[in-house]
Structure formats: C-alpha cells, structure tokens
Design a protein around this ligand. Structure first.
Ligand code: 13P
Length: 257
C-alpha cells in the first residue's frame, strides 16, 4: 500500500519567527501519526530554522523550488546541494511558478532530474487551467505535463517521485474538485500516463497527491479515493488546527483501510 502524504505548501507566507512557531505547533500535534508522511514546505529563508526546529521529529521539510544547476552565475537561485541538509523534498513546477516565473515542462524535467540525483524527493506539480478544463483539454494537457516531467527517469525511480495534480481553477478559490473528479484525473490520467511511459509497476508505485482548496472539511472524502495518495495543501496548511485535523483524518482513513 502506498503511504499517504499530507504536504503543506506555505507559499510566500510566514516570517522566520512565524514559521518556527507553526513548525513547533505541528510537531506538538502530529509528531506521532506514523501512518501518514507529514511534510512542511516553508519559504527558502525559513528553511534553516524550521529544519532545526524539526530535527529529531517525524516531520519532514521540503523546499518550494530549486535551480537545476548545482552552482554558478544564477543570481537569486538556490541549488539542490544547498538544500540537501535542510530539506528532503522539493516542490517543482507549481502552477504559480509556471504562470508567473516562466517555468516550462523542460525546466521542470531538468529540475526533477537534478533533485533526485542530489537525493531530494521531487513533488512535481501538474494541472490544467479553467479554460483548458472547459475546452475539454484536461486529459491531453495533464498527460503531456506528466510525460514531459518524467522524461529520462527509470521505473524504479518512481518510488522516490511524487506527483501533485492541482487544477489551477481549484487553487485558492475555495472550489475544490469533487473527490470523484480528482480521483478520475489522478488515476485515469496521471497514473495512467506513468504506466504508459514506465510500466504498470511504476504506475502502482508512484504517489499521487491532489491539491486545490483541500481543507479539514473535504479531506476525508478525498483521501477515501483509491488513486489519491495525499494532498498538497495551501491555505489550510498555514494553521495548525486545520493541518493537524487533515493529518488525523487521513490517518483514520488509512487505519480503517
Ligand atoms: P490551496 O490549498 O490554498 O487551494 O492551494 C493549493 C496549492 O496550490 C498547494 O500547492
């Protein structure tokens, strides 16, 4: 069985002190929920303090982006080797990065290869816009994103890759996809595409998260879906009450399964 994951993408929120306080509160509340992987992804500048706050805990730390080169003349960028002792995961190709910072399928692929080579687990984001959704282009577009992101990877490496399906129309809008819709794309498009590219075993191994307006009200039904292995949580991950509740509910769903 794939282990479920509740990953919080804090985006551009939390000063260093606020980040440490939130990390401490999360540790206090969900350190012992062993059947769920718990990951917090604060801004770069918060990583050293959050990572130190969570040292020795069962809560993992992720970054929100990285450059594909190990070092060099790339002003303002951060590389995988720099993240190595601060983070175990890295979010790549979030739709906000694709939309506002010109990230392409090609750069997401280069970053994913570099992350894994450096020992970081990539959380690769895919997802269609509202216009694409309404035009009936979701399947072809998301499948294309998945296959482009995974170019050059082996089937065995899928155990160390996470994909997050985040429809852009559901992010920060309060309008989550229905659990059924989310499962249909996570299974019928994302997992299916991994299978077409790398075989059935790879498809059965890879963890696929849903993201987009998840919260403590809708997480249970989402986590009951067979092809959804977790959530990449935005707003609801910024408060310990909602995040801890989502972790607890996921734990209950999997304990009963
Ligand atoms: P919200 O949960 O705030 O909709 O954000 C989702 C997201 O973009 C996580 O990466």
């Amino acid at each position: 069985m794939r282990k479920p994951m509740m990953a919080g993408n804090w985006k551009m929120n939390k000063t260093i002190n606020e980040a440490v306080d939130l990390a401490r509160a999360i540790r206090e509340q969900v350190n012992d929920v062993d059947n769920v992987d718990r990951v917090v992804c604060p801004p770069f500048i918060d990583l050293p303090m959050v990572s130190s706050e969570l040292m020795g805990s069962n809560i993992a730390v992720g970054a929100q982006n990285m450059h594909w080169e190990a070092s060099g003349a790339f002003t303002g960028e951060i590389s995988a080797p720099m993240l190595k002792n601060l983070a175990t995961y890295v979010i790549l190709g979030h739709s906000e990065r694709r939309q506002f910072f010109c990230e392409s399928d090609e750069t997401v692929n280069k970053k994913a290869l570099a992350a894994l080579a450096a020992g970081l687990t990539p959380i690769i984001c895919v997802g269609e816009s509202l216009a694409q959704n309404e035009a009936g282009e979701t399947q072809a577009f998301v499948s294309g994103q998945v296959k482009a992101a995974l170019a050059g990877f082996t089937a065995e490496q899928m155990a160390d890759i996470v994909i997050a399906y985040e429809p852009i129309w559901a992010i920060g809008t309060g309008k989550a996809a229905t659990a059924q819709q989310a499962n249909d794309i996570c299974g019928g498009v994302v997992r299916q595409s991994v299978g077409e590219l790398l075989g059935d075993e790879a498809a059965a191994t890879i963890r696929i998260l849903y993201g987009g307006s998840t919260n403590d009200k809708n997480i249970r039904e989402i986590m009951e879906q067979p092809d959804i292995d977790g959530a990449l949580i935005g707003g609801a991950a910024l408060k310990v009450e909602s995040y801890a509740s989502m972790v607890q509910q996921t734990s209950e769903v999997y304990a009963a399964a």
